[in-house]
Design a protein around this ligand. Structure first.
Ligand code: ATP
Ligand code: AH0
Length: 390
């Protein structure tokens, strides 16, 4: 299998533009990657478009909805227009990877739903668009998430070899880096997700190459709390949490949930632990923020215990790496600590957008984007639909 991939990689690198509208509902990230679908050759232009307050409110109101439900068409249009506006500003794009906005995710029940139609975007941009990345994985019995792990594998290979665009050489990386041993990538978005990866494995779908899963709630419950109580978008730098006390009873309740005892791979809907909001309702603003922040960090620590071996380094991407309290708790809770992906020259704000750029090329070339170790799917599978403008 790996040899076949290497052979196909000879079909040459292309510039892919990936776009992610994450569970935090803050906006759309977009970034370009030069890749042959195997190796990453260069990272390119990047841009961000925040949702307006009205757009965000409409998307929030559509959370939990499924295709055909009233309100979905309006949400999809918001997503499509925001992406068309942002992505039309890029030049030299060969293919677009369009994740869309997850409104609902229930892989063992109704499926997974990302708002936004790639055919509409392909017409608007006049470019081929890969979209609906998650459905076929779910259809094949997988979780449909997380999907970034194959990109993480490519990044881990670059780090291990200390080659590649902007990646810090092994000599800068400190003890325990370089070729030997597993690495981990942690994304702290609305939900947290972790990829444990062995860069020595021959391909991302090889048995034992990647183990991935959602760790638990991350920023979403904190955002929801401070939005409802204080009208803030988020707890900037963790300033509110820094002044509060953690309610250990809430953490005990959280970690009693079956999810944390299920072996990975496993994935979450944004609001799967929506009851956390009620659990902290009687606490002060600061104590509630401190408790939800500690819950996010402790969920990562729980998750790492489910990995096959301790990773040598844990690289953090996503907005949560800017939350000083969350990062300091992780530093204390994880045996080897954590570091932002910027420590090795990667871009923690655009990491997911870059992942969907990379995955788009794999889909366009008919290669797998998930495997039993990343989503629990029965066999390695390539998700996604390629739509070209007519
Ligand atoms: N300076 C900061 N201090 C604290 N938190 C921050 C800061 N900057 C961003 N965040 C948090 O990060 C969130 C955005 O993170 P990110 O863009 O990684 O999430 P996402 O991609 O929407 O979610 P997901 O990865 O779950 O799809 C914000 O909503 C906020 O909660
Ligand atoms: C269903 C869905 O959209 N899941 C997202 C969400 O946001 C973070 C976490 O939950 C992760 O599982 C996934 O996104 C990342 C980009 C992924 O698929 O790797």
């Amino acid at each position: 299998m790996a040899q076949g991939l290497r052979h196909k990689a000879a079909s040459g690198p292309v510039w892919a533009l990936g776009a992610m509208s994450g569970t935090s509902l803050d906006g759309v990230d977009a970034a370009m990657v030069l890749t042959d679908g195997d190796r990453i050759l260069e990272f390119g232009a990047r841009a961000y478009r925040p949702y307006s307050t009205a757009e965000r409110a409409s998307l929030r109101a559509a959370l939990g909805l499924w295709p055909g439900d009233p309100g979905v068409a309006e949400a999809a249009e918001i997503v499509e227009l925001a992406h068309a506006e942002l992505l039309s500003g890029f030049e030299g794009v060969d293919v677009v990877g369009f994740h869309g906005q997850t409104l609902a995710h229930d892989p063992r029940g109704r499926g997974t739903h990302q708002a936004g139609d790639g055919r509409v975007l392909a017409e608007a941009l006049g470019l081929p668009v890969v979209w609906d990345f998650r459905t076929s994985d779910v259809t094949m019995g997988g979780e449909g998430a997380p999907l970034a792990p194959f990109f993480h594998y490519a990044c881990a290979r670059m780090i291990a070899a200390a080659t590649g665009p902007g990646v810090a050489p092994a000599s800068d990386a400190g003890p325990g880096s370089g070729g030997g041993g597993p690495l981990a990538f942690l994304n702290l978005g609305g939900v947290g997700n972790l990829t444990w990866v062995d860069p020595a494995a021959p391909a991302p779908e090889a048995p034992g190459a990647c183990l991935a899963f959602d760790t638990g709630p991350a920023n979403a419950p904190i955002n929801d709390l401070v939005q409802a109580r204080l009208g803030w978008d988020h707890d900037r730098d963790g300033a509110l949490a820094a002044t509060g006390e953690v309610d250990e009873d809430v953490l005990r309740r959280l970690f009693g949930a079956a999810y944390f005892h299920r072996p990975p791979p496993k994935s979450l809907d944004r609001d799967e632990f929506g009851w956390l909001g009620e659990a902290v309702a009687g606490l002060s603003d600061a104590d509630a923020a401190a408790t939800l922040t500690a819950a996010a960090a402790a969920a990562v620590a729980e998750g790492l215990r489910q990995c096959p071996a301790p990773p040598r380094r844990v690289f953090v991407a996503g907005g949560g790496r800017r939350n000083a309290v969350m990062m300091s708790l992780l530093q204390d809770m994880l045996p080897g600590g954590v570091e932002p992906v910027e420590a090795v020259g990667l871009d923690g704000d655009m990491f997911e957008a870059q992942a969907f750029a990379y995955l788009a090329v794999r889909v366009a070339r008919g290669w797998p984007t998930s495997a039993p170790g990343t989503t629990g799917v029965a066999a390695a599978i390539g998700g996604g639909i390629l739509s070209t403008p007519v």
